[in-house]
Design a protein around this ligand. Structure first.
Ligand SMILES: *[C@@H]1O[C@H](CO)[C@@H](O)[C@H](O)[C@H]1NC(C)=O
Ligand SMILES: *[C@@H]1O[C@H](CO)[C@@H](O)[C@H](O)[C@H]1NC(C)=O
Ligand SMILES: *[C@@H]1O[C@H](CO)[C@@H](O)[C@H](O)[C@H]1NC(C)=O
Ligand SMILES: *[C@@H]1O[C@H](CO)[C@@H](O)[C@H](O)[C@H]1NC(C)=O
Ligand SMILES: *[C@@H]1O[C@H](CO)[C@@H](O)[C@H](O)[C@H]1NC(C)=O
Ligand SMILES: CC(=O)N[C@H]1CO[C@H](CO)[C@@H](O)[C@@H]1O
Length: 401
């Protein structure tokens, strides 16, 4: 009985978009979650998963729609493979339960796995309602902190995430793992500066990931890069507040795979702790970071605009006498302009065990206005080649700390 009702209602729901006069473009079946039992103020999780189940089985491209409105949503996991390309259009504001203990089920708050040619679109908001969770976050001290990420994308290929907003995640806003050819366009990620571990987008074990035309401001890194990564393009991203765009931290766990090819172009950093940064732990395991290119970047009131830090050791829980074993090479830094909030505008602190190689510094113009004097730059275990003009003179200073 129930099955019959479901099937017939699914039929009615397949509203085919008439594309009169448009020739070949195939009609897309539309699955509206409100037709699957979703009601405003009621938990929408099951409706979303039910709509997905049908859409995923469809043999032609389809669109799942979460229409305008505000809906509470518990954990949702959408897992492919599906039979045809699928779009999830979110127009709604989706709210996680405020108390992390109320989040039940597997994985992160919203998890999407194993899809090819998937699109997440719409001007909707994923509201992690993280305020209560940040207060309980002791991840700095404790090894078992299990706060859910906001959005988790795993093993997606040829896919696009566009226009959505992620707000006040309990932990990382967006976690990208095992994806190939994934583009983020025009996304917006916001959380207050005091919210801890709320990284904007964390990308690891992936290749060909593009993040463009996006605005990210959080209490941690705007974008952070983990190991086993090839070809990440970050273009026209505005970052702030937050900790900047970071490769790493790396070297803490054994067997980390290389990070190859990170391109940060035409980005703006406003009031952030760092601009572009690479961080690796001292006394570390081996690793490789190569092909990093930073170009056409504006920094405004950024504490440390350019940082390579191979003695990264927050909370002082490491042996700083033993060098990092993560080898950094082929780094170019060109046309970085603006203002620094501390005197240390350019820090290239490479490992004494495996010095940086192939670092090229082009035009830099970063000013600092403070009693101590103008902006400075300090370097260790690196001999960059210089092209263009540098203000401050790069590698000419000593650490102010
Ligand atoms: C990447 O994905 C897009 C769809 O998002 C597709 O059009 C394009 O062909 C893919 N590129 C490669 C190299 O697979
Ligand atoms: C991604 O798209 C490309 C180009 O359309 C296609 O060759 C490839 O098979 C797709 N990848 C997967 C995993 O389906
Ligand atoms: C990602 O950006 C790079 C550089 O702008 C470009 O060559 C590539 O085609 C882009 N890939 C996608 C999937 O948009
Ligand atoms: C980056 O900015 C430069 C200088 O403002 C501009 O010439 C170039 O077209 C921009 N490139 C991209 C990819 O936005
Ligand atoms: C510079 O950044 C700091 C820290 O984010 C902030 O408190 C201060 O107001 C900023 N100054 C300006 C001039 O924006
Ligand atoms: C519930 C859960 O899986 N939380 C994860 C949140 O994200 C961090 C960083 O990716 C993971 O370590 C947690 O396990």
């Amino acid at each position: 009985m129930e099955l019959n009702i479901k099937i017939s209602s699914a039929f009615i729901l397949m509203l085919f978009l008439a594309r009169l006069g448009e020739g070949q473009s195939p009609a897309r079946a539309v699955f509206d979650v409100t037709k699957y039992g979703a009601t405003p103020n009621g938990d929408i999780s099951k409706a979303v998963m039910d709509a997905f189940k049908e859409a995923c089985a469809a043999t032609s491209p389809s669109t799942i729609v979460i229409p305008k409105g505000t809906f509470p949503m518990n954990k949702v996991k959408l897992q492919g493979p599906c039979k045809a390309p699928l779009e999830l259009q979110v127009q709604a504001t989706l709210q996680a339960p405020p108390d992390p203990k109320q989040l039940t089920g597997e994985g992160e708050w919203f998890t999407i796995n194993y899809l090819d040619h998937f699109t997440l679109s719409g001007t909707g908001i994923f509201d992690g309602q993280g305020k209560a969770a940040w207060a309980q976050n002791d991840c700095a001290k404790s090894k078992n902190c299990h706060l859910p990420n906001n959005l988790s994308f795993n093993f997606l290929t040829n896919s696009t995430i566009q226009d959505i907003t992620s707000k006040d995640s309990k932990m990382f806003h967006v976690n990208v793992n095992g994806c190939k050819n994934l583009t983020f366009m025009r996304v917006k990620i916001t959380a207050p500066p005091e919210s801890i571990n709320t990284d904007g987008i964390h990308v690891a074990r992936s290749s060909n990931v593009n993040i463009t035309d996006s605005v990210i401001g959080t209490g941690d890194d705007c974008i952070s890069v983990g190991d086993e990564l090839e070809q990440l393009y970050i273009t026209r991203v505005t970052c702030g507040p937050g900790h900047g765009i970071s490769v790493g931290s790396l070297g803490k766990t054994p067997g980390e795979k290389p990070v190859v090819g990170v391109y940060v172009k035409n980005c703006t950093f406003i009031n952030t702790d760092n601009g572009v940064r690479v961080k690796t732990w001292p006394a570390s395991h081996e690793g490789v970071v190569t092909d990093l290119h930073y170009e056409d970047i504006i920094v405004q009131n950024v504490s440390n605009p350019i940082v390579i830090d191979q003695v990264y050791c927050p909370y002082n829980q490491c042996n700083k006498d033993l060098p990092s074993q993560v080898k950094i090479s082929k780094v170019s830094i060109n046309n970085i302009r603006g203002t620094s909030r501390t005197q240390d505008a350019v820090l290239l602190l490479c490992s004494k065990g495996v010095p940086c190689e192939g670092v090229e510094v082009g035009d830099i113009d970063i000013s600092y206005n403070g009693k101590e004097g103008p902006a400075k730059s300090n370097c260790e275990n690196v001999k960059p080649t210089f092209v263009g003009k540098q203000n401050p003179p790069v590698c000419a200073g000593t650490l102010s700390a």
